[in-house]
Design a protein around this ligand. Structure first.
Ligand code: ATP
Ligand code: MG
Length: 285
């Protein structure tokens, strides 16, 4: 039997959709029946395990799963063996320290001698140590935000994305402890599984590059070709095709999503017209 790479992803929660979407965009044909815990891609040697995110690092260390998609926060906290292979650009959030809103916060030394409730004792301990702070840690597995209001702790350390949960619990964010996003983690693999993983990583990179870039088509007077090429050089150079109208060309290139609006303004100023911008499905440099 040919070998399969076992990839663990979150069964349900904030990582699940992004993980499945990424694997599907990589061309893996995955059917995720609602209560299925294991499924095999029909067209790629990968088996998907659906697990709780907290359990994935242990499974990778034990070799039950070969790789997994989890938040960096969980991977760092669990301190299990495994290697971050790729940052995946989704499930971005941060771990932050928060104190009651009415607190007169004077800086990190405020935490000296205080009690902090968190689900991330290892990360918080390491952070406090780096900052020479001695504080107590009260580990709880959920509903961390209510800890100060019920007298369980003076402060908390938890995941924040918009801050609205903190606000509604009368807390304010005071220190950034760690930034996190979804990552692909791998355990120790034999050569044949390593080969499957590198094929998968190659596809992930093609998907990520495509997501970060747009294909751009525009018309311009021939005299603008050179300055426009400097603005959107593309992967090697733009494609230039003559238009039916004499003295004009159609120019095709690739533009980084992040510089997009700024570049459009520059292109218009250089005489570009009829600008079309279309998504790219896969991109291999
Ligand atoms: P499980 O049942 O699998 O244990 P969970 O309840 O522990 O799930 P989720 O709330 O689904 O976990 O969050 C999973 C991961 O998603 C977190 O560890 C973090 O990396 C990321 N995450 C959490 N909250 C947010 C957010 N608001 N925005 C973006 N990413 C987030
Ligand atoms: Mg969890």
């Amino acid at each position: 039997m040919n070998e399969l790479l076992r990839v663990a992803i979150q069964k349900s929660g904030r990582l699940q959709e992004g993980s499945l979407q990424l694997l599907k965009d990589c061309g893996l044909n995955i059917s995720n029946g609602s209560e299925q815990l294991k499924t095999q891609a029909q067209n790629f040697p990968v088996e998907i395990l659906f697990l709780r995110d907290d359990d994935i690092p242990q499974y990778i260390e034990d070799g039950v799963a070969d790789a997994g998609i989890i938040g960096e926060n969980i991977f760092t906290e669990k301190q299990k063996q495994g290697e971050v292979i790729k940052h995946l650009d989704f499930a971005r959030c941060r771990l932050a320290l928060a104190v009651p809103r009415t607190t007169e916060y004077t800086g990190i030394n405020w935490f000296d001698g205080k009690n902090i409730a968190t689900s991330y004792p290892n990360i918080v301990n390491a952070y406090l140590k780096r900052n020479n702070i001695r504080a107590g840690i009260h580990e709880i597995s959920g509903s961390v935000e209510i800890a100060p209001s019920i007298g369980l702790a003076d402060a908390i350390c938890d995941i924040v994305s918009t801050g609205s949960t903190l606000l509604s619990n009368g807390l304010k964010e005071v220190e950034l402890v760690m930034k996190s996003e979804a990552v692909l983690v791998s355990g120790k693999l034999d050569p044949s599984k390593k080969q499957i993983l590198s094929k998968l990583v190659f596809r992930i990179e093609a998907v990520q590059q495509a997501r970060n870039n747009k294909y751009i088509l525009l018309n311009c007077p021939n005299k603008s070709i050179e300055p426009i090429t400097r603005v959107i050089p593309g992967m090697k150079s733009p494609t230039i095709l003559p238009l039916g109208k004499p003295g004009w060309s159609s120019l095709h290139s690739v533009v980084d999503e992040n510089d997009f609006w700024e570049k459009i303004d520059q292109l218009k100023n250089l005489g570009a017209e009829g600008i079309l911008v279309v998504p790219i499905e896969k991109m291999i440099k």
